[in-house]
Design a binder for this molecule. Sequence first.
Ligand code: SF4
Ligand code: SF4
Length: 156
Amino acid sequence: MTDPIPRAGLSPRFWEKKPLTKLSPQEWEALCDGCGKCCLNKLEDEETEEVALTRVACRLLDDATCRCTHYENRHQFVPDCIVLKPDNLDTHAYWMPQTCAYRLLWQGKPLPEWHPLMTGTPDSVHAAGVSVRGNTVSEFDTPFEEWEDYIIEEPT
Ligand code: SF4
Ligand code: SF4
């Protein structure tokens, strides 16, 4: 499978050699494992800030590729979709999926062995069963009152 994220030509294990704030734009993008889990709707307890991911996907997520169908102009449809950057990771890391590479590195943890940067193939995130491929329901078909029924255990 062609990697939808350009990872060719990057320095081996660049993420272990410099801080997140020093990564080039391509290196930053290459950290994404393509799992699609950040595109799932979440339920947050306002008091404890505890976050639960649900299988109810954002309207723009393609559940087969685990990619956003309108990434470049997604804010026309989903205005509050965040643009994750090194300087806002502190704000967002708490709700990111537990297997998310950005969150793991922010926590000082290594990348998992199934990460495409480790395996050299974008398929490994799906083969490891970590991605949302084929595992979501539509937010159009799922009323908010039912989202609790779709909470997923992490990490998966
Ligand atoms: S959860 Fe993290 S690694 Fe997975 S798709 Fe989202 S940004 Fe990429
Ligand atoms: S708009 Fe696209 S990138 Fe943002 S949450 Fe939805 S599917 Fe994901």
